[in-house]
Design a protein. Structure first.
Lengths: 123, 207
């Protein structure tokens, strides 16, 4: 590598450094102002430190709201209807399975049914 | 290929030798201040000069430096001070490239809108933002020499210009230059070698 190349590099660098040192005062002032502006802005990592827990809290609160139902206790177990409960049986009795002897005392059973539906009369 | 590799190694040796010539000023350059304020204060004028070399416009250069400062402070303040130098130059380099691309798009749009040719069909010059400030190099003692090197650098391909400015003018080492340019050490050496070859021809008057 020639002496010329070394001289070229040295000269280019010196010119660049000198030109940087002799920057127009107006530009120098604006660079100084730009630096102060950059340094004066709040550090984002600080903001991130505050925002992250706040975001986590918001997500947690939302999840709680979605799960929690106001005024509702534990859901009541589903009542399964059993045959023979007090539900009215609208279907007529099966004639094939009915005892034929019942027909002999129809009047008695009518009386029994009538009195069974009037509990106050037994007091 | 071997010839080119040998030339690259020679270029690297020459760079190291030339850097040694100005060891005092380079030590000043490479000293990293402990605080971000001191670091930016030390680098801001050189950063503006470098942006001006690449962009050819004082206002755009100022925008690029301001943005690079903001990004360094906001994203890398927590990094060790020793890493700030390549980080800053890398940020500034990307900002300069962004501005160059934006300017190119603007030129294309102006061309579509009929700004590309005059009434006679002749090509109009590409749109450039106005720069009415007085030429700062006129204030320099070596103004003509500085203007020559800037003109020569602007004729280089972008990557070669970046390698030369960062490695030779700013005095970064190869690894720092590679980090700032986002490429390998070998690519830095190749770009630098080609830049030196081109500048040798353009700056014959410096002999």
């Amino acid at each position: 590598m020639s002496q010329h190349d070394q001289e070229l590099e040295r000269r280019a660098r010196n010119l660049y450094l000198r030109a940087s040192r002799d920057v127009d005062p107006v530009i120098a002032g604006r660079l100084r102002a730009a630096r102060r502006t950059a340094l004066a802005r709040p550090h984002p990592s600080t903001a991130r430190r505050l925002l992250l827990p706040a975001g986590a809290f918001a997500v947690l609160a939302l999840a709680t709201l979605m799960v929690w139902q106001p005024g509702g206790g534990p859901p009541s177990p589903t009542v399964v209807a059993q045959p023979g409960d007090n539900e009215p049986n609208d279907l007529p009795p099966d004639a094939d399975s009915a005892d034929p002897a019942l027909y002999k005392d129809l009047q008695f059973y009518s009386w029994l049914a009538y009195n069974d539906t009037r509990p106050s009369s037994r007091k | 290929m071997e010839h080119e590799d040998a030339e690259i190694d020679d270029a690297e040796k020459a760079v190291n030798a030339s850097l040694a010539l100005d060891s005092a000023s380079l030590e000043d350059l490479r000293e990293v201040p402990a605080t971000m304020d001191a670091f930016l204060a030390a680098i801001e004028r050189r950063a503006w000069r470098m942006a001006e070399i690449h962009l050819g416009n004082r206002e755009d250069a100022l925008d690029a430096v301001q943005d690079a400062m903001l990004r360094l402070v906001h994203h890398y303040s927590d990094k060790p001070a020793g890493e700030w130098t390549p980080l800053f130059w890398g940020i500034l380099r990307r900002r300069i490239v962004d501005l160059q691309r934006r300017r190119k798009v603007r030129s294309i749009v102006v061309g579509w809108l009929g700004g590309g040719k005059d009434d006679d069909g002749d090509e109009l010059p590409q749109w450039e933002p106005a720069d009415e400030s007085p030429e700062p190099s006129a204030r320099l003692q070596d103004s003509q020499a500085y203007a020559d090197i800037v003109v020569a650098l602007r004729k280089l391909p972008r990557r070669q210009r970046e390698a030369f400015v960062l490695r030779i003018m700013e005095g970064l080492d190869v690894a720092e230059t590679a980090a700032a340019m986002g490429c390998s050490d070998g690519s830095v050496k190749t770009h630098l070698s080609r830049a030196m070859h081109a500048l040798r021809g353009q700056l014959e008057a410096w002999r």
